[in-house]
Design a protein around this ligand. Structure first.
Ligand code: GLU
Length: 444
C-alpha cells in the first residue's frame, strides 16, 4: 500500500504555524513511508478564496521544503461532488430539506428548552412530493442533508487519540449542500479523499466530530475509510492560534530571520514525547516521525523558544547551506569564525563589515600606550600560527596586563564592539596589516 496524505487548507488567508504543523506532519508521514503528499486547495467558497492566498500557501510550503507531489483545487471538481450527491440521493442517503435558518434555529431552541439535544428532527424526510412541489412553487430551494445510518455505532482507532466511539443517533444529519447550490466542506472532502486514494487523514482534533460523519459518507459511497490521526491543537502564548493572529503567520516568522529548518524542527516535535533538537537537516525528523509519540494535551508554541532553537541551528549550519545568502566574498573560514555569535544568518553581514570595513574606535586614554605596544607586537610576531595567542601572550609578559584589562581594549580596537566571536578566530580574518592599522589608529 502506498501511503498518500493531503494537506487541505482553504485559500482564504495566509498560513499560520498551526496549519503549517498539520502540513508538515502529513508531509513527514508520506516521506517516512516513501509515499505521496498532495496539496488540496479547499476553495469552494469563491467569495473568500483567492489565487493570491493560494500562491502564498505554495510559497510558504516551498520555503519550508514541503512541496507537494500533486496539487488540485476543489473548484475544478464540482461535477464530481454533484455526481456523488446524486448517487447518495438515489440510495436514500441524501435528502432535500426546506427549512429556513430561522426555522431551524427555533427548533433548536425548543429542543434545548425541553432539555433535549439539538439534533435535527428529520422532518424533511416526511415531506411528500406535493409538499416539496409547494415549497418550490413558493420559490424555496432545498438544501441537502446526508442521512446518517443509526444502525450501529461509528468507531475508529485514531492514530493519536486511540479508540473513538460516536452514537450516530445523537448527531444531526449534516447539511452537505446549501440552498444556493454551494458546497459545504463535508462531502467534497470525502469525495476527494476517495478519488485521490488518501490512506491517512492527518488533521487537527477540531475535526474529530466531522470524521464520525465522514466515515459514514465513505461507506455510503462504497469506499473503505482511510486511517485518521487527529492531533491536539497548537496553542500560543496568546491562547488558541488562529489565522487572524498575524504575528504567527509564516511571513512574519520568515521576516524574523527564522530558518525554515528551525520551524520544521520545532513543529515536528512539539506536543510529542521526542525532544526538540537543533536539526540542520530534515532526514532525522523523517526517520523518527511517529504518531505513537503524539500527546493528547495541546502543544504550546512559543516564539522566544523558536528564536533560541534558531540560533542553535545557525551555529551548526554548514557554509554550503548558507553561502548564497552571505555577503559576496565571504568564505567558509569567515562563516566558521562568526557563526557561533549569530542569532540569524542575516546578522553575518554586520560581522563581514566589521572584518572588512573601516573601524573607527578611539581608545580610553589609559589604554593608548598599551594599544601602541600591541601594534608594535603585532608587527613583530610570526602570523603563521595562532597569532592571537602569540600576540596576547607576548603582551601579557610585556605589559603585566591580564584578563579583561588585556583582552577588552584589543577587542574594542579591532572590532569596535564589546563582545562577539572568538578573537582567535577573527584575527586571521582581519589580517596582519589591518590589525596593525586598527591598533595604531585606536592608540593615536
Ligand atoms: N479545509 C479544511 C480545513 O482547513 C480541511 C480539513 C481536512 O483536513 O479535512 O479545516
Amino acid at each position: 500500500m502506498t501511503v498518500v496524505t493531503r494537506f487541505a487548507p482553504s485559500p482564504t488567508g495566509r498560513l499560520h504555524v498551526g496549519n503549517v504543523r498539520t502540513a508538515l506532519h502529513n508531509w513527514l508521514w508520506a516521506r517516512r513511508n516513501r509515499g505521496r503528499f498532495i496539496l488540496r486547495l479547499d476553495d469552494t467558497d469563491a467569495q473568500r478564496s483567492s489565487e493570491e492566498f493560494a500562491q502564498s500557501i505554495r510559497d510558504d510550503l516551498g520555503w519550508l521544503g514541503l512541496s507537494p507531489d500533486e496539487e488540485l483545487c476543489q473548484s475544478d471538481r464540482f461535477g464530481r461532488y454533484e455526481a456523488a450527491l446524486e448517487r447518495l440521493a438515489a440510495d436514500g442517503r441524501a435528502y432535500p430539506a426546506y427549512e429556513t435558518a430561522q426555522e431551524l434555529d427555533l427548533k433548536r431552541k425548543v429542543q434545548l428548552s425541553r432539555g433535549m439535544p439539538p439534533v435535527y428532527d428529520r422532518s424533511a424526510l416526511a415531506l411528500s412530493a406535493e409538499d416539496r412541489a409547494r415549497f418550490e412553487a413558493e420559490g424555496r430551494r432545498p438544501h441537502w442533508r446526508f442521512r446518517l445510518d443509526h444502525g450501529s455505532p461509528i468507531e475508529w482507532n485514531d492514530l493519536v487519540r486511540g479508540a473513538q466511539h460516536f452514537d450516530p443517533a445523537l448527531l444531526s444529519d449534516p447539511v452537505i449542500r446549501r440552498e444556493d447550490g454551494s458546497w459545504l466542506y463535508m462531502l467534497p472532502s470525502t469525495v476527494d479523499d476517495i478519488e485521490l486514494g488518501i490512506t491517512h487523514v492527518v488533521r487537527g482534533e477540531d475535526h474529530v466530530a466531522n470524521t464520525a460523519l465522514q466515515i459514514q459518507m465513505f461507506e455510503a459511497l462504497g469506499a473503505e475509510p482511510p486511517a485518521f490521526a487527529h492531533e491536539a491543537l497548537l496553542v500560543g502564548s496568546e491562547g488558541k492560534l488562529s489565522k487572524r493572529l498575524g504575528s504567527l503567520g509564516i511571513d512574519s516568522i520568515r521576516e524574523a530571520g527564522i530558518e525554515p529548518i528551525a520551524l520544521v524542527a520545532k513543529l515536528a516535535r512539539i506536543g510529542t514525547s521526542l525532544p526538540v533538537e537543533p536539526a540542520v537537516s530534515i532526514e532525522p525528523l523523517i526517520e523518527t516521525f511517529d504518531f505513537a509519540t503524539f500527546g493528547r494535551a495541546p502543544a504550546r508554541f512559543d516564539m522566544e523558544e523558536l528564536k533560541v532553537l534558531n540560533a542553535r541551528i545557525v551555529h551548526r549550519l554548514p557554509f554550503e547551506a548558507v553561502a548564497a545568502r552571505l555577503p559576496a566574498g565571504m568564505a567558509a573560514a569567515d562563516w566558521q569564525a562568526i557563526r557561533p555569535n549569530l542569532k540569524t544568518v542575516a546578522e553575518a553581514a554586520a560581522w563581514w563589515d566589521i572584518l572588512h570595513g573601516h573601524i573607527e574606535c578611539a581608545a580610553e586614554p589609559e589604554d593608548r600606550d598599551f594599544l601602541a605596544a600591541a601594534a608594535e607586537t603585532a608587527a613583530a610576531i610570526d602570523w603563521s600560527d595562532s597569532p592571537w595567542k602569540v600576540l596576547t601572550t607576548s603582551l601579557k609578559g610585556g605589559t603585566g596586563r591580564s584578563g579583561k584589562a588585556l583582552f577588552h581594549p584589543l577587542r574594542r580596537a579591532l572590532t569596535g564592539r564589546d563582545s562577539g566571536p572568538e578573537m582567535a578566530a577573527l584575527l586571521p580574518l582581519i589580517g596582519r596589516d589591518e590589525t596593525i592599522a586598527r591598533l595604531r589608529s585606536a592608540a593615536a
